[in-house]
Design a protein around this ligand. Structure first.
Ligand code: ATP
Length: 262
């Protein structure tokens, strides 16, 4: 259903070197990440897998500069300062404003940066049509299904034309069929737009279906137990899930999770 993007220069390179992060809570220190090294090429699609609580969200937050490491370094570059590389974040909860229409929810990031009404609505319409929601622009979030809300969340993330898209278990709360559709849509968007994508998921099947490369973390403190470029075709559709090559990759990821002690 999609081809690899010809425009990978739209992405950014993400480098983590010796990243450590420890939180201090009531129960004392919790070491979450310990010496994580990761180098993600511009325009690639990486899935991040690991057991619950191992530090996946922490790692994404560090990449988004929403948090700072205690040791090591995180850099997001495209031959220019990180501040000029827009990053968008999609969470498991769509986090839409209930009193706003779909169109004005989607336009919100542009509104916050001072883009005028006509221009931001035009951009929001473009992204809504990209995710197949052109007809829903006048509805409010309460009038949408969970899958539609998540598509609005994706459109809102895309409206800033991010060079780096970070997704933290975005489809985990959805039914299987909706999730599979959104997986396809996300791959198509990535293919078309060429941004770098880091996708956190608990699902081995989803990771193998979506990503070019899968990174598997151990339980806390997280270290990388497997970093693998998946030997799968770039063209993916539902039939891939029935292929022996897909089953082979799934098994490798499963074994890595088990080896890590998940
Ligand atoms: N701000 C914080 N203060 C204290 N502890 C924190 C903070 N943020 C995360 N932690 C702890 O760090 C650990 C890793 O959390 P994180 O959310 O990164 O894991 P995760 O792999 O994304 O988990 P899940 O798959 O369940 O979403 C957890 O034990 C969590 O309680």
């Amino acid at each position: 259903m999609d081809q690899p993007s010809p425009s990978r220069e739209r992405g950014v390179r993400v480098q983590l070197s010796g990243v450590r992060r420890t939180f201090v809570g009531e129960a004392g220190e919790v070491e979450v990440l310990t010496g994580v090294d990761l180098d993600i090429d511009s325009g690639s699609f990486v899935a991040l897998l690991g057991p619950s609580g191992c530090g996946k969200s922490t790692l994404l937050r560090l990449v988004a500069a929403l948090d700072r490491p205690d040791g090591g370094s995180v850099s997001v570059t495209r031959g220019e300062p990180a501040s000029q590389a827009p990053i968008a974040f999609v969470f498991q909860d769509a986090h839409l404003l209930p009193w706003r229409t779909v169109l004005d929810n989607t336009a919100l990031p542009l509104e916050l940066t001072g883009v005028g009404l006509t221009e931001r609505r035009e951009a929001a319409r473009r992204e809504l049509s990209r995710v197949g929601l052109a007809d829903a622009e006048g509805r409010t979030p309460a009038e949408l299904s969970g899958g539609m809300r998540m598509r609005v969340s994706l459109a809102r993330a895309l409206v800033t034309r991010p060079r780096l898209l970070l997704l933290d278990e975005p489809f985990a709360a959805l039914d299987e069929l909706t999730r599979a559709r959104l997986d396809d849509q996300l791959r198509a968007l990535w293919s078309e737009l060429g941004m770098t994508v880091i996708f956190v998921t608990h699902s081995i099947l989803e990771a193998a279906y979506l990503a070019e490369r899968a990174v598997v973390l151990t339980p806390r403190p997280a270290q990388i137990v497997l970093d693998r470029t998946l030997a799968l075709p770039s063209r993916r559709d539902a039939s891939l899930r029935l292929e022996a090559s897909f089953a082979h990759e799934v098994r490798i990821l499963q074994e890595a999770l088990e080896r890590g002690g998940a």
